[in-house]
Design a protein around this ligand. Structure first.
Ligand SMILES: [Zn+2]
Length: 349
């Protein structure tokens, strides 16, 4: 599959493992490609691409199709081939892009001079596409897409009151495991319901994204809940701070810039959390939502679907959206899990 960092790219990254050796590759720029496309393909940031290619890019930094870039790749997808795609009845650019795992804008760009009937595609029309030389199985791009796993969590831990004025009855202490690392066990108590959703989503996220780096679960609640400085919420065991997954090779201790975050992996994580059906909100700075949006688009998620999930690009007060702007949430997302159905004294806001 093509420009979109499909699953096998991500799996290649896992196979290489953390701290594995990187490889210099030559990338031939495709028509319409952006720095973000190229960065996502090789797991590198725009800043790195600019640094390695100062002379080639010149002061204007234009990406000119056919020119070559040197990339110190964190993952090496197979080289793409130019081929043609025959349109079937009823197919749109959007559908085909999703099927092939490429960005719709790129697909349109490659075919901007093709003569259709007006702007519409018709059955039998041929399109130019650049794809990886692997059998293009539709929907294989999403990796292992099985259902969320069931997990065993001690029952009997409930939220009482509101997230910013409440407490935690009981409290399941989250433990570091293969899927995530708990930063501070004293601040990692959750309701049974929240712990279960987190663990299911994390397991599915690992399987689907192939992401091999550390995912840090930071503050949840204290044992028994109540005020947890410096937060206002985090009082009832259903607010969970998760550090955004970094691109492989960015050291664990480093505060990442926006283009050092693995936004494709982040999207997989958000999608798995939403799939639990038990997420009330995810707080993420509006400016960061743009990166998440673009990564999701690259994975073929439709604008309609994203409109239900993200505020971007509709403005930081847009409704309805699960992912909401909140100041300061730039290197972590804050996930609020819903009240459990059997917790009558748990209050939403
Ligand atoms: Zn938080």
């Amino acid at each position: 599959m093509a420009a979109a960092v499909p699953a096998h790219d991500a799996r290649a990254a896992t196979a290489a493992g953390r701290g594995a050796e990187r490889t210099w590759v030559t990338h031939e720029i495709l028509p319409g490609e952006t720095y973000e496309d190229i960065g996502a393909r090789y797991g590198v940031s725009k800043r790195e691409i600019l640094r390695w290619n100062k002379k080639r890019l010149g002061s204007k930094r234009w990406l000119i199709a056919g020119r070559k870039l040197r990339i110190y790749a964190r993952r090496v997808p197979p080289e793409r081939v130019r081929t043609t795609y025959v349109v079937r009845k009823g197919e749109t650019y959007g559908k085909i892009a999703q099927k092939l795992g490429v960005r719709e804008a790129l697909l349109r760009h490659w075919n901007r001079r093709s003569k259709g009937r007006g702007k519409r595609l018709y059955a039998g029309q041929t399109l130019v596409v650049y794809v990886d030389p692997t059998p293009a199985e539709p929907s294989a791009g999403a990796g292992d897409d099985g259902p969320l796993p069931e997990v065993r969590v001690p029952p009997g831990s409930y939220a009482h009151g509101k997230p910013n004025r409440g407490r935690l009855i009981g409290g399941v202490q989250l433990q570091s495991n293969d899927d995530f690392t708990v930063r501070n066990p004293d601040r990692a108590y959750a309701t049974s319901h929240a712990a279960a959703q987190l663990m299911r989503a994390m397991a599915a996220f690992r399987r689907r994204s192939g992401y091999g780096g550390t995912v840090l679960v930071a503050d949840v609640s204290k044992k028994g809940g109540g005020r947890l400085r410096p937060h206002h919420s985090h009082q009832t065991g259903r607010d969970i701070d998760i550090r955004l997954p970094k691109l492989e090779g960015i050291p664990d201790g480093k505060v990442p810039s926006a283009d050092e975050i693995d936004w494709i992996a982040t999207w997989h994580l958000v999608a798995a959390l939403l799939e639990t059906g038990e997420v009330e909100y995810i707080f993420l700075d509006y400016r960061r939502q743009r990166y998440l949006y673009e990564a999701a688009r690259r994975l073929g998620i439709s604008k309609d679907e994203l409109g239900r999930v993200l505020q971007y690009p509709r403005g930081r007060n847009a409704k309805p959206a699960v992912v909401r702007h909140s100041k300061g949430h730039v290197i972590h997302m804050h996930v609020r899990i819903k009240c459990a159905p059997d917790a009558p004294s748990c209050k939403s806001y």
